[in-house]
Design a protein around this ligand. Structure first.
Ligand code: DQA
Length: 149
């Protein structure tokens, strides 16, 4: 049997407070619970999932640069950086394996106009938004199904 394919799930700023942060928008699941779910969802699909969260943009850029070098698929919820970071745009442009953009809410349907732009979307194989944390399961499903990308 071949080794499980490694996948990174990378979460950006303020997502470490999931469960406490605006639960009416982002739900009651904590980041630790989300991480456990992602590992389990991945394992069911033969993926070895590693979940990370950071409030420091340079750290996310370092992880993306390493994912480019290693050709690792990435599920990315870059949170607010999604909407304005050209450094993030440039990092995503270098990825080789599929990149899936995930948002718990649907930024395009939210009232703040700044949320309607994404620097990630031009480089994403697909965008999954507005499905709560189930969006991460859908993203892993997408990565595990090569005929979809
Ligand atoms: C988010 C949406 C972003 O607009 C916001 O800045 C976030 C979370 C989401 O998952 O719905 O922090 O990416």
């Amino acid at each position: 049997m071949s080794a499980p394919r490694r996948v990174l799930v990378l979460n950006g700023p303020n997502l470490g407070r999931l469960g406490r942060r605006q639960p009416e928008i982002y739900g009651a699941t904590t980041h630790a619970e989300l991480a456990d779910l992602c590992v389990a969802w991945g394992a069911e699909r033969g993926l070895e999932v590693e979940v990370r969260q950071t409030n420091h943009e340079g750290e996310l850029l370092d992880w993306l640069n390493a994912a480019a070098d290693d050709e690792t698929p990435v599920v990315l919820n870059a949170a607010a950086w999604t909407h304005y970071s050209y450094a993030l745009y440039d990092a995503c442009a270098q990825l080789v394996a599929p990149l899936v953009e995930v948002h718990i809410s649907d930024p395009e349907r939210r009232p703040e106009v700044f949320r309607h732009t994404s620097v990630v979307t031009p480089h994403a194989a697909t965008v999954i938004a507005g499905h709560g944390i189930d969006g991460y399961r859908r993203a892993l499903e997408f990565i595990a199904t090569p005929d979809r990308h």
